[in-house]
Design a protein around this ligand. Sequence first.
Ligand code: SF4
Ligand code: FES
Length: 251
Amino acid sequence: MKMTLRIWRQKNSNAVGKLESYVIDGVTQEMSFLEMLDVLNEDLTAKGIDPVAFDSDCREGICGMCGVVINGVPHGRGETTYQTTTCQLHMREFRDGDTITIEPWKAEPFPVLRDLVVDRSAFDRIIQAGGYISAPTGTAPDAHATPVNKADADIAFDNAVCIGCGACVAACPNGSAMLFTAAKVSHLGLLPQGQPERWTRVLGMVDAHDDEGFGNCTNIGECTAVCPKGIPLESISRLNRDLLTGLRKVK
Ligand code: SF4
Ligand code: FES
């Protein structure tokens, strides 16, 4: 397949970026989106042009490193694929002759470092603001020593799958990171092991979220529509309930 790629090129955080067009040939349906970019970069390098910078690591949809906006949708979307990571999107979702626009996450707390690479360390600081979990040291306790309600465990696990990719922020018109923060709060706040710091954790993480410049949630739902792990909006409701309880108990 032969395609035209319109790619955001930006030398560094202070430079002005712009979309540049490249024609790529020899794309196969079996290639992943990132493999297609690898092919483009080999071609650019051979021509003496700077390769396009983009993030990736596992390329298996589990690490959260990859992420670009493809034709306006964070991580992209195809006829048969949605709620995917960029690395798990395949070129079978595109057609010969297509023009594909590829941009970085665009949100003030995620400054562009170069081309398609953004700085997502704001997420690290939100997690850091959650603090530690009081856990007894020593030998591993018996698995049945702390009973965990099955329904709570299921919801905690459903939220623990957030990979911190940032697509939720890129999709949100408010640039909110509430879905990410809610996933982290739900992950620990529902388990018995996460109870001692439950209320200080939610207050700390929401404060850090706001301090980083992320916007507020207004229930638009774009975040959950693109989340590759299907974190539901209900998690944000749970975050808000925990926040109100935390404000009563701690402040
Ligand atoms: S909530 Fe979903 S979209 Fe947001 S960081 Fe986590 S996995 Fe990515
Ligand atoms: S590279 Fe790890 S999730 Fe895409």
